[in-house]
Write a protein that binds this ligand. Sequence first.
Ligand SMILES: C[S@@+](CC[C@H](N)C(=O)[O-])C[C@H]1O[C@@H](n2cnc3c(N)ncnc32)[C@H](O)[C@@H]1O
Length: 303
Amino acid sequence: MGNKHSKYPKLIYKINKSVDDKIQNKECPQLHNQDDRFIDRMQMLHHVMRCVWDGNFKAPLGEQLREGGVAVLDVCCGTATWISEMAADFPKSTFVGIEKDSIFPEQKPKNVRIIQGDVLENFPFPDNTFDLVYSRLNSLAFSEAQWRNHLIKEYVRVLKPGGYIECVEGGLISENSGTIVEQLSTAIEKTLILGGRNPFLESKFPEIIESQPLMGEVTQTEATMAIGSWGGQIGETGLVIMLNMMSGLKKGIMHHMKINEKGLERVLEDYKIEWSGCGTGCFGNAWKGSCPEVQNSTWQNDM
Ligand SMILES: C[S@@+](CC[C@H](N)C(=O)[O-])C[C@H]1O[C@@H](n2cnc3c(N)ncnc32)[C@H](O)[C@@H]1O
């Protein structure tokens, strides 16, 4: 997670946009503020996901990235933590991020360029530009129609022949969960649906990508993340992330569970106990992560 001796750049954040001048997605209005808590959550998530996935990417491009000359696009790069780490790990390759809110740091590694923009309005890259189009935790930012009719098409358009699209998502599905976890999960699902999202969209990613002309078969990898103290440091951090996410969605959760702030506090206390105190009962596929990798072996021949 970086200290003064870390090889990763120190990221300094400055949020300089008010909520009012943020880009609004009418089909999927923002469900929570992208404030300091959101930034903290995304950064914690980044580190947890790197551990759970045993690295920052799955596409088989390690050697080429090291040799240099590989062009990578990070769609909706958020706090730019992933892109900055990748840029430090692979200084001879180039990294471009696009993000609507200025929640990325002003100081960036030399081989990183971040464009502030709305990917629904404008995907400002020529065809066949990137060797890797990377997209993480973005499924709930857009409606299913926006994914199918616009985003995936743009990912494919800007991908070089033989390139890879890597989508990494975390599912809301949990295994062996207790009543409170289930009730909260249902309230979150309803909140997302009311906000124009499909909470289970991530499971459709392989099909959505494969349905694009010229795309080859998608490889899916799953990982499970521990939530709660039984899972050690990762589990503890996972719980903090989940609680932080709940507080971002608390209006919707309270509405669907028919409880007030006090009631929610009690539910969240029980939630912590349920995850942490049930021993073996708490194994969770709380994150049903999938990393589709697409190698377009047929693409080169078809172009
Ligand atoms: C859950 S965050 C994921 C951030 C990043 N991919 C990561 O893994 O840390 C989703 C991001 O999508 C961005 N976003 C949502 N709609 C967007 C749009 N229309 N254009 C560009 N970025 C958008 C949000 O601002 C947010 O930073």
